[in-house]
Design a protein around this ligand. Structure first.
Ligand SMILES: NC(=O)CC[C@H](N)C(=O)O
Length: 367
């Protein structure tokens, strides 16, 4: 395998701090919101998750690239991140089934990365100061020029991004034996979510982010799924409108991540930008209905306002984060609608949260 020569690279944060390292992926300059993921594995799933669209990801796991890439381990058709920051980046991969190197994969996708960074120090920095924009460059080393480019990078606050990742055309995914029809509102849906529904007998029709309720309803679905997705949930106004109509008609509804935030908004609950978000594979969540803890996979930088939920008698909290009390799940009283802030399909461990998909199927059966 040919090895690309790493050159000097720089990471500049919006607070002015500079971090020096070596290039990886494309030689160039990219900017975006800087956030960290604490998962020990699953880098390709992270890089292709549309909810990370436009972001620069720091991995706390120190070795990245060492198991290469495999076409089936993707959450969408393309790489969604703008940049990667890590400690050790490897061109070489030692998994026999791998189809290529992460380096080549990033070169094709235009990802500009930086390695040999002290990611423990950098993550502590972000933890203390909060998420912020940053720029990585391996071709412009003049900090003044980078500062200007960084200043022109939009803030995640208020940013509408579903339109950038949603499907343009409707499409259908279905099992051999169809039991239910589910309309998916695609705000940046992950492949695994569709798979979870199809494997439970759902014919899924995936609709673009701005599809109206009437257009989806014309297909005659038994229920609705509101997907995950990038950007500020407060900017996804069309989705909130569609969810309102779904609630009016009391159709079964399940939302994940962005879908959770949209369901909250449709009930008058605001969302806010978190200090640095939850991104990793082992976030502890308490299920308030069963009293059990779940180990969950998360990726969100916004959350629903806990105080507003307390004062809203239509909305019942079903799941809370055990670390910081964030609302991680709700259901709507008297309706067939519920949502969670995390990604149940990939939760490992004894408290498998696939039951959430089963709960949705139950709602479809009873409707
Ligand atoms: N995974 C998601 O759907 C993320 C939702 C939203 N973009 C957030 O950052 O909170």
């Amino acid at each position: 395998m040919k090895e690309k020569k790493a050159v000097d690279a720089i990471l500049l944060l919006a607070d002015g701090t500079q971090w020096k390292g070596k290039s990886l992926g494309c030689t160039g300059t990219n900017s975006g919101e800087l956030c960290f993921n604490t998962g020990m594995t699953g880098y390709q799933e992270i890089f292709t998750d549309p909810s990370y669209y436009g972001q620069i990801v720091i991995t706390t796991v120190s070795h990245v690239g060492n198991y290469g890439v495999l076409n089936q381990e993707v959450e969408s058709k393309q790489v969604q991140i703008k940049g990667l920051v890590c400690k050790e980046f490897s061109d070489f991969f030692s998994r026999r089934s791998a189809e290529g190197s992460l380096q080549e994969y990033f070169e094709k996708a235009g990802v500009v990365g930086i390695c040999e960074i002290d990611t423990r120090e950098l993550v502590r920095h972000i933890r203390n100061k909060g998420a912020m924009n940053a720029i990585i460059s391996s071709d412009i080393l003049d900090v003044e020029v980078l500062k200007e480019k960084l200043a022109a990078t939009p803030s995640m606050d208020g940013l509408e991004l579903a339109s950038q990742v949603s499907t343009r055309d409707e499409y259908i995914m279905k099992p051999d034996k169809v039991e239910f029809k589910v309309a998916i509102l695609d705000l940046g849906v992950k492949r695994n979510i569709i798979h979870n529904l199809v494997s439970r007998g759902c014919e899924c029709k995936v609709f673009p982010y701005d599809t109206s309720f009437d257009e989806m309803e014309a297909w005659g679905p038994d229920g609705y799924f509101i997907s995950n997705g990038p950007g500020d949930p407060a900017a996804t106004t069309q989705a909130v409108e569609s969810v309102n109509r779904i609630l009016d008609r009391d159709k079964p509804l399940f939302g994940i991540c962005m879908g959770h935030q949209v369901l909250a908004q449709a009930n008058g609950i605001a969302t806010y930008k978190m200090h640095n978000g939850h991104r990793g594979l082992n976030h502890p969540v308490k299920n308030l209905i069963t009293g059990k803890c779940e180990v969950t996979s998360q990726n969100h930088g916004f959350a629903v306002d806990g105080e507003a939920v307390k004062n809203n008698d239509q909305v019942e909290v079903t799941h809370i984060n055990l670390n910081d009390g964030t609302i991680e799940g709700i259901r709507i009283k008297g309706k067939k609608a519920f949502s969670v802030q995390y990604h149940p399909e990939s939760s490992p461990g004894p408290h498998d949260s696939n039951y959430l998909f089963d709960n949705f199927i139950q709602l479809l059966k009873n409707a």
